[in-house]
Design a protein around this ligand. Structure first.
Ligand code: FAD
Length: 293
């Protein structure tokens, strides 16, 4: 299986999807069914989150292998260093290498809800840049490595400039590409790209887009991850919050408009947060295909 580095060298624009490992068997069966449809969309790669919300780390690898081996699609394995010791990280990376998982999104992650006071000790990493440097030191170019980007700045960063310097450090440590946090105002993405380019960051920065399927869900999620919800999103989705069909339709339209502008103004692709559902992604992708993505 080739890596994302190989893919990016031949594809100036990519279209990709993100899924997360469900907590239950029922959720896993539903995801496997959705994956068949999502795979049929012909994404360049599918990424699988790791430990978000505190669990199911082993399931990430199971899904990555399913995507690669059954669907023959390149998979991006997210990998967070929070809670792991260096020794554990070596063990996991050795295993990933053995089973031919070669593309990683290297992240710090957040302490889980049941251990909010966890702080890194001498055997842990504090920042994702340390994880990236560790992978490069021990595995050379065996892995293609991406990192997370925050168009509005990470919630714990002092300001947007400090956040941009952190991205630069992640790239200088060996990160090759960036996938962004969700945003609803494209100006935030273009400002971010300009800000980090000024610092000399030339890496590909793929915008992460979340189609709204629940107004309340999006507002709550954004509170947690530090993304802002602009007035236009409140204005569109608040009046139809109790109508799931209208919300879904409006969410698809909003995401298509957002993606269309991003691509027209030079974004190197779209990474869609699917929330494990085939439907919004299917409609959005058929529309984007008409723009020959
Ligand atoms: C595309 C994407 C995918 C994600 N996937 C997952 C997932 O699969 N699982 C999951 O649990 N979470 C995931 N997350 C969430 C992510 O783990 C959290 O946002 C986490 O809080 C930050 O991770 P990071 O890798 O950006 O951390 P870091 O890059 O380590 O940054 C964390 C904080 O430390 C600060 N910082 C970094 N380096 C330094 C330094 N040298 N000096 C001072 N301050 C510094 C940063 O400004 C930031 O405030 C994802 C986020 C994105 C955008």
């Amino acid at each position: 299986m080739k890596t994302l580095t190989d893919l990016f060298s031949s594809r100036p624009r990519t279209f990709s999807l993100e899924i997360f490992p469900p907590k239950t068997e029922k959720g896993l069966l539903a995801l496997e069914a959705a994956l068949k449809e999502l795979a049929g969309l012909g994404p360049d790669f599918i990424s699988v989150t790791y430990g978000a919300g505190g669990g199911n780390r082993d399931r990430t690898l199971g899904l990555v292998r399913l995507i690669q081996e059954r669907h023959n699609i390149l998979a991006l394995h997210h990998f967070t260093c929070v809670l792991h010791t260096r020794k554990e990280i070596r063990g996991i990376l050795d295993h990933l290498q053995k089973v031919k998982v070669r593309s990683l999104l290297a992240l710090r992650g957040d302490p889980p809800k049941d251990r909010p006071d966890w702080v890194p000790g001498p055997e842990n990493f504090r920042y994702s840049s340390e994880l990236v440097a560790f992978i490069r030191e021990h595995y050379g170019d065996s892995f293609s490595i991406g990192v997370a980007g925050f168009p509005e700045g990470h919630p714990l960063a002092a300001d947007k400039d400090a956040d941009a310097r952190v991205l630069k450090a992640k790239i200088e440590s060996g990160g090759e590409f960036v996938i962004t946090q969700l945003f609803f105002d494209n100006a935030l993405y273009f400002d971010y790209v300009r800000r980090v380019r000024t610092l000399g960051v030339t890496a590909r920065i793929i915008p992460g887009i979340l189609p709204v399927t629940s107004y309340e869900g999006v507002v709550n999620f954004c509170k947690g991850c530090g993304a802002s919800v602009p007035d236009k999103v409140h204005d569109i989705f608040s009046p139809i919050a109790q109508d799931p069909d209208k919300t879904r339709e409006a969410g698809i339209r909003f995401a298509i408009d957002q993606c269309r502008e991003l691509l027209a103004r030079g974004a190197p692709g779209i990474h869609l947060y699917t929330l494990n559902k085939a439907e919004p992604a299917t409609q959005i992708v058929s529309e984007l295909r008409r723009m020959s993505l």
